[in-house]
Design a protein around this ligand. Structure first.
Ligand SMILES: [Zn+2]
Length: 156
């Protein structure tokens, strides 16, 4: 059963086929999925398996795991992007968990950022993400599935 009604993050935990590539990994109390927002193929979400709306509400186990999980996922994202010639010079890990200005199930976006991506949008940092959302380029599900599989292979 979904822990909280009307939470899309919980819905995908319950029904991982709702995102292209499905669940990439479960790392302790954390779940990894491909990002649905238009932040590029190979960008993933890292979120608590439990419905947690505030970083301050993480329990001791979740908080203890967080650093290691983010580092491991960043390594996997880096390796996966490099395999397809898109090696990132940096990997962002951002948390902007608002939906319609209401706090939502927290989810870190782990995004590989290459020189080509920055050049394409003429931006870096938060402005890069803003511009990517404005551009709203749809990602091909097949490409998301392939990226998810590459990342999954590095998290086994
Ligand atoms: Zn939730």
């Amino acid at each position: 059963m979904r822990e909280v009604a009307d939470c899309f993050a919980c819905e995908l935990i319950e029904r991982p086929e709702g995102v292209a590539g499905g669940r990439i990994a479960t790392l302790g109390n954390w779940v990894v999925e491909h990002c649905i927002g238009p932040l590029g193929v190979g960008t993933v979400i890292v979120k608590p398996a439990r419905h947690v709306v505030h970083l301050a509400d993480l329990n001791a186990a979740e908080a203890t795991e967080l650093g290691a999980v983010l580092a491991r996922v960043a390594q996997a994202v880096t390796l996966a992007a490099s395999e397809v010639g898109n090696g990132p010079g940096q990997v962002y890990a951002t948390l902007w968990s608002h939906a319609d200005r209401k706090p939502g199930h927290i989810h870190f976006v782990v995004q590989p950022v290459s020189d080509a991506l920055m050049a394409e949008h003429d931006a870096h940092g938060p402005e890069l993400q803003v511009r990517m959302f404005r551009a709203g380029e749809q990602m091909e599900p097949a490409a998301m599935i392939a990226a998810a599989e590459r990342i999954r292979a590095h998290l086994r």
